[in-house]
Design a protein around this ligand. Structure first.
Ligand code: NAD
Ligand code: UD1
Length: 358
C-alpha cells in the first residue's frame, strides 16, 4: 500500500516508516517539523538501505517523499493529494505534551482537532477513507478495571491533550457511522519507550522531558543531575506508579498489522477497530530504573518527590484483542527497552543535530 504518514518525522512516525518499508509498503510523509527534525527521515532511509537496500552505500535506494506542510494547511494537503494516490493514512501529527496542553489549551485543541478535521476533509474529497489514528491509554482516564480491555468505558481525561485524543476518537467514530466507506482504526498506545536497535533514531524531546524514559536516559548521560520519582506511596508492589511500557519498534509493527483492517475480506470487519497496544505487563517506575542500571551498567541517581497531579497508580492493558484479530503481539521485553533507549541516547547525547538542514 502507499501510505500517507502525518507526523512521520517524529518519534513513533519515524520508527513506523522503517516497519512499513520492511513490510513492502511505501510512504509519503507530511510534517510541519514543529517537534521534529528531518534528520530522522534521512536516518530512516539509511536504516532501510542497510537492512533491505543494496549493500553499496552510494546506491541510495530508499528516498521517502517528504512535504514540510502543516495538516491545517488545506491547500498544502490538496497539493499533496494531487501528486499522490494514497491507500490509507496513518495519522501521528499532533501536539503531545501533557503539561503544555494545560498551559495552552487553545493551541492544543486548534492544532490537534482542526488539523485532523482538515485532513479528514481532504482525504474524503480524494476518496481515501482508510485511517489509523494515534490514540492513547489516556482516554480511559482512571480506568474502571485492570488490565484494561477495549470494552472498558472511556473516562475523564485530566488535561486538554487527553481530551483531544478522546474527542478525535469520537469524531472518527461518528464519521465512520455516517459513511460506512470509512475504515477507522483507533490504536490506543500505552507507554512507548525504546528506540530502533541501531541507535540511529529515537525520542528527541524538546527541553525538560515529561516522560519517564527520556528523563532516565538524560540523567544517565549526565545532562540532568537526578531523576525525580513522583510518589512512592501508591498502592503498588513498591509504591511507585505502574505502567505498560512498550518498545517503539513493537508499536510501529502494530501499525503495519493494523493495515489488515482495510482489506475487504478482513475476518473481523464487523467488529470495531479499536485496539489496546501494550505488552500486558505492568512495570513500576523503580522496575524501569533498576533494569536500566542493571542492563546498561550506568548509575541513575534518583530522589523521591511528591506525586504528580493527574497521575494514576496503575495502568496496563489486556492486549489480546490485537493478538486475536491482527495477529500482533509485543516481542520486546523490558531489557530490550532499556538497552535500546540507552543506545540511542549514548550515540546521540544531544538528539538530532541542530538546524533542519532543508
Ligand atoms: P512526536 O511529537 O515525536 O511526533 C508528532 C509529529 O507531528 C512531530 O514530528 C510534529 O512535528 C508533527 N506535527 C505536530 N503538529 C503538526 C501539524 N499541525 N501539522 C504537521 N505536523 C505536525 O510525537 P510521537 O511521540 O511520535 O507521537 C505520535 C502520535 O502518537 C501523537 O499524535 C501522539 O499524541 C500519539 N501518542 C504518543 C504517545 C507517546 O508516549 N509518545 C502516547 C500515546 C499517543
Ligand atoms: C503520560 C501522560 C499520558 C500520555 C503518556 C505518553 C500524564 C498524566 N499522562 O503518561 O497522557 O499519553 O504520557 O506520552 O502526564 N515519572 C516519574 N518521574 C518522571 C517522569 C515520570 O516518576 O520524571 C513516573 C510517573 O509518575 C508515572 C510513570 O513515571 O508513574 C510514567 O510517566 P510518563 O512517562 O510521564 O507516562 P504516563 O504518566 O503514564
Amino acid at each position: 500500500m502507499n501510505i500517507l504518514v502525518t507526523g512521520g518525522a517524529g518519534y513513533i512516525g519515524s520508527h513506523t516508516l522503517v516497519e512499513l518499508y520492511k513490510a513492502g509498503h511505501t510512504a509519503v510523509v507530511v510534517d510541519n517539523l514543529c517537534n521534529s527534525n528531518p534528520e530522522s527521515l534521512r536516518r530512516v532511509e539509511a536504516i532501510l538501505n542497510d537492512e533491505i537496500g543494496n549493500s553499496n552505500p552510494t546506491d541510495i535506494k530508499f528516498k521517502i517523499p517528504f512535504y514540510r506542510t502543516d495538516i491545517r494547511d488545506r491547500e498544502g494537503l490538496e497539493h499533496l493529494f494531487a501528486e499522490h494516490r494514497f491507500d490509507a493514512c496513518i495519522h501521528f501529527a499532533g501536539l503531545k505534551a501533557v503539561g503544555e496542553s494545560v498551559q495552552k489549551p487553545w493551541e492544543y485543541y486548534e492544532n490537534n482537532i482542526s488539523g485532523t478535521l482538515v485532513l479528514l476533509d481532504v482525504m474524503r474529497r480524494h476518496c481515501c477513507k482508510n485511517i489509523i489514528f494515534s490514540s492513547s491509554a489516556t482516554v480511559y482516564g482512571d480506568p474502571a478495571e485492570i488490565p484494561i480491555t477495549e470494552r472498558c468505558s472511556k473516562g475523564l481525561c485530566t488535561n486538554p491533550y487527553g481530551w483531544t485524543k478522546s474527542m478525535l476518537e469520537q469524531v472518527l467514530v461518528d464519521i465512520q457511522k455516517a459513511d460506512p466507506e470509512w475504515n477507522v482504526v483507533l490504536l490506543r498506545y500505552f507507554n512507548p519507550v525504546g528506540a530502533h536497535p541501531s541507535g540511529r533514531i529515537g525520542e528527541n524531546p524538546n527541553g525538560i522531558p515529561n516522560n519517564l524514559m527520556p528523563y532516565i536516559t538524560q540523567v544517565a548521560v549526565g545532562k540532568r543531575p537526578q531523576l525525580g520519582i513522583f510518589g512512592n506511596d501508591y498502592p503498588t508492589p513498591d509504591g511507585t506508579g505502574v505502567r505498560d511500557f512498550i518498545h517503539v519498534v513493537d508499536l510501529a509493527a502494530a501499525h503495519v498489522a493494523a493495515l489488515q483492517c482495510f482489506a475487504p475480506d478482513f475476518e473481523y470487519r464487523n467488529a470495531n477497530f479499536i485496539y489496546n497496544i501494550g505488552t500486558g505487563n505492568g512495570y513500576s517506575v523503580l522496575d524501569m530504573v533498576n533494569a536500566f542500571v542493571r542492563v546498561n551498567g550506568v548509575p541513575v541517581p534518583y530522589t523521591i518527590m511528591p506525586r504528580r497531579p493527574g497521575d494514576i497508580a496503575t495502568c496496563y492493558c489486556d492486549p489480546s484483542k490485537a493478538k486475536t484479530e491482527l495477529g500482533w503481539r509485543a516481542k520486546f521485553g523490558i531489557e530490550d527497552m532499556v538497552r535500546d533507549s540507552w543506545r540511542w541516547q549514548r550515540q546521540n547525547p544531544e538528539g538530532y543535530p541542530d538546524g533542519d538542514g532543508l
